[in-house]
Design a protein around this ligand. Structure first.
Ligand code: COA
Length: 286
């Protein structure tokens, strides 16, 4: 996965499913986020934004929903503020019927998920027909979120084997890094199934490769449990994004349930800025 500034779908000549991960870092004090991005939201979201107590939370919310709407506008040709959403059983948002692109057999042809943290928002999206039968989750966290790593937290949130492997790491920095890697991956998994926190993080286990790759990129990590539904396989990705522009580093994870028969998915990372959003969808219908 390497950063690119072109978030448009490119197709998949070798048949591999393609998933785009868009990450936007925020200057939470930037007043332009409200003026520039709020028009991309609908009335209900603007009303929800107005109810936040802290302006910083309001800006993160506006930025997150402007990003997801912009990305979906590119994929559907519908203007951002006109997109409508419905919620699955535990609140996982999806596009409303009538706006959701569908395949010839009626299955949804677009999957997405949103995550936000203090200084950044992330969206995972795929309109790849190869992914049509499956689902997608994403999680982003600030690298300094944990502060001082505490083994008790790992033992209460992770599976026994995960916590033991983590505690065996030799330095506190490695343990903190592994904690956030696992945390984001596991959140991405529960956001893929849509179960959210009703699915206990300690109830399933993610296996890492024996050696940690030098570039920190773990392209596919096995999640043995929960077992994927018949015919589907878990594909996970995790990346540490280094500090930039005076902001801290980030942990980003994506999870995809895809048909077993397909090649491994191709994850494409895009760094976008608030200024780019209104330019992403010039042709979307008003
Ligand atoms: C989904 C959930 C895991 C989010 O975790 P989080 O790390 O705090 O938040 P993130 O920033 O990564 O993701 C939030 C976004 O995920 C999406 N989302 C909401 N519910 C979701 C679900 N069930 N599955 C996947 N994505 C979901 C939304 O877009 C949400 O953003 P929004 O609130 O601004 O619309 C958590 O809120 C949850 O478990 N919700 C399910 C409801 C539930 O079981 N509640 C019981 C609470 S005790």
């Amino acid at each position: 996965m390497s950063p690119t500034d072109d978030p448009a779908p490119t197709g998949h000549p070798d048949g591999a499913p393609e998933v785009d991960l868009l990450v936007m870092t925020l200057d939470a004090a930037d007043p332009e986020i409200n003026t520039r991005l709020a028009p991309l939201l609908d009335d209900e979201e603007r009303a929800r934004a107005a109810r936040f107590h802290f302006d910083r939370d309001r800006r993160t919310y506006i930025a997150a929903h402007a990003l997801v709407r912009s990305v979906l506008a590119v994929r559907t040709g519908i203007a951002p503020a006109r997109l409508r959403f419905t919620a699955g059983a535990r609140g996982k948002p999806e596009l409303a019927a009538g706006q959701m692109p569908v395949l010839a057999d009626g299955r949804p042809a677009l999957r997405f998920n949103l995550s936000h943290t203090r200084e950044a928002v992330a969206v995972a999206v795929s309109t790849d027909p190869a992914c049509a039968a499956v689902d997608l989750g994403v999680d982003i966290e600030a690298a300094d979120r944990l502060g001082d790593y505490d083994a008790r937290i790992a033992r209460s949130f992770f599976a026994e084997d995960e916590a033991a492997a983590l505690e065996a790491l030799p330095t506190a920095a490695e343990r903190a890094r592994r904690f956030l890697t696992l945390w984001t991956l596991k959140e991405a998994v529960i956001k893929t199934t849509g179960q959210g926190l009703s699915q206990k993080l300690s109830g399933f286990s993610i296996r890492f490769p024996a050696a940690w790759p030098a570039d920190g990129l773990l392209p596919d990590i096995e999640a043995r449990d929960p077992a994927p539904p018949p015919g589907l396989a878990w594909h996970l990705t995790h990346q540490e994004l280094p500090p930039a522009d005076g902001r801290g580093g980030l942990h980003l994870a994506g999870a995809l349930l895809a048909p077993v028969r397909q090649p491994r998915p191709r994850w494409r990372l895009h760094r976008v800025t608030p200024a780019m959003l209104p330019r992403l969808h010039p042709q979307a219908a008003g």
